[in-house]
Design a protein around this ligand. Sequence first.
Ligand code: NAP
Length: 509
Amino acid sequence: MEQQDYTVVIVGGGFSGIGVAIRLLDEGIEDFVILEKASQLGGTWRENTYPGCACDVASQLYSFSYAPNPDWSRVFAEQPEIQRYLLDVAERFGLERFVRYGAEVVAARWQEDSQRWEVETTQGLFGGHVLVSGAGPLHEPRVPALPGLESFEGERFHTARWNHDHELRGARVGVIGTGSSGIQVVPKIQPLAAQLTLFQRTAPWVLPKPDHSIPAIERAAFRYLPGFQRAYRGTIYWLLELFQLAQRRPVVMRQVQRIGLVQLRRQVADPELRRLLTPDFVLGCKRLLLSNTYYPALQKPNVRVVPTGVTHVTPKGVIDANGGEHRLDTLVFATGFRVTDPPIAERIFGRGGSNLAKVWDGSPQAYLGTCVAGFPNLFLMIGPNLGNGHSSAFVQIESQADYVVDALRTLNRDGLTSVEVRRDVQESYNEEVQEALQGTVWNAGGCSSWYIDAKGRNTSIYPWTTVDMRRRLARFDVAAFLAQQRSDSRPTQQPLRTVDQDAAVGAMP
Ligand code: NAP
């Protein structure tokens, strides 16, 4: 099979992949390919089309800083508009010619001899000096392996695989899960269903969503006064940064909880239902949820909240954890994603053929959430401990794209064939991360969440502000890496240079 060779191979055409591609073009690098498994770009925003799917980060911030959209119709845009924005940006920056559609990565293998990645896909072989994985942490649905699931005679699907051909009107629908997806979908499908049963294993905190449609005058101001839009975006960014500081301290978050309790008291009249819906952990421990319509939907006569998970599925329905039987025609899994065991890791093989999923063994680790010891010239977008519970994914994407480009510059400038993060650097960085997470609301808030992996470590959250993240990713710190020179086949270890605390932070937000 003939191999197509590039400087950079990007896996995935979601916001991460296209963010890196745009940055490469900006740097004058055109020798790259985006491998997209589907027939359209979009990543998680292409996959999640469930009714009510919307962003819970204000759209002015949930967009590229260099591609502001003055036309957002709402404060928190809905999925179709976000997907349209993504496709518009891809078109505006001329990315189409770099994309290979239907090219799903089967295996990516580091070739020690040639110091390159060989990427086997469903569309043939691709070679790259550098491999960037933009496969996304919130992409692969997690469906619990419930006993009897296969025997269910009704229709079942995950929120990220919504079956739009399936008629919900008049159906007895069960929804499992009360995270971001669950609380968005329930108010939308409640009016259609004959009966909606919500299986709530854990009552979430739900805060008011400051959402409204954006009036034409405001959109005109965004269009004709770009400084106004930048200031608006900047205000949201800095307010969220302040919120992040609060999230480190559960004692502060307990005060913020009052807003959730007020919303619960105002919106839920029945004290018994209110009791079922009152969370027993500190707000912020799980991802914050925003909705004005969730609690009202739960009080409609056709809705029942079951305060447990599901233990069994039967041909006709499900059995809850108290042994109660529920007859259902449709079962919706709003049960989240494979964040800490991402399937892409099973397909990446580094130095000596070691497999990333095996190396991680259910507990992912990287340096700056981006590079992994034993995996030269590999960059993971929104990798381990780079998630933030408060701000926009675009902050990570743009910072990491800068880091990748600076790594490419370094490879070129220093005549290097590969850079591989030093194991000791990765380990001490991760110790620092884990230490910083101790006592924060994500670790000590009294909940179980997708931030925590199978080994009980929080491998999802970045414990510091995004200002700090941007500073650390502003420059590729080659001293933290084993670098292999073109003429030399053995890695040369360079003396450790501390990261410059005053390194310039880019123009974000
Ligand atoms: P999630 O936050 O992981 O929530 C999964 C839900 O399913 C939880 O309520 C969980 O219960 C429940 N669950 C899982 N397994 C279960 C089982 N075996 N039995 C009963 N219940 C079970 O997933 P998500 O709602 O899809 O959201 C994931 C992330 O995607 C969000 O945190 C957010 O970052 C992102 N997202 C964002 C938006 C947005 O507005 N931008 C929308 C959707 C998703 P427990 O709480 O008891 O574990």
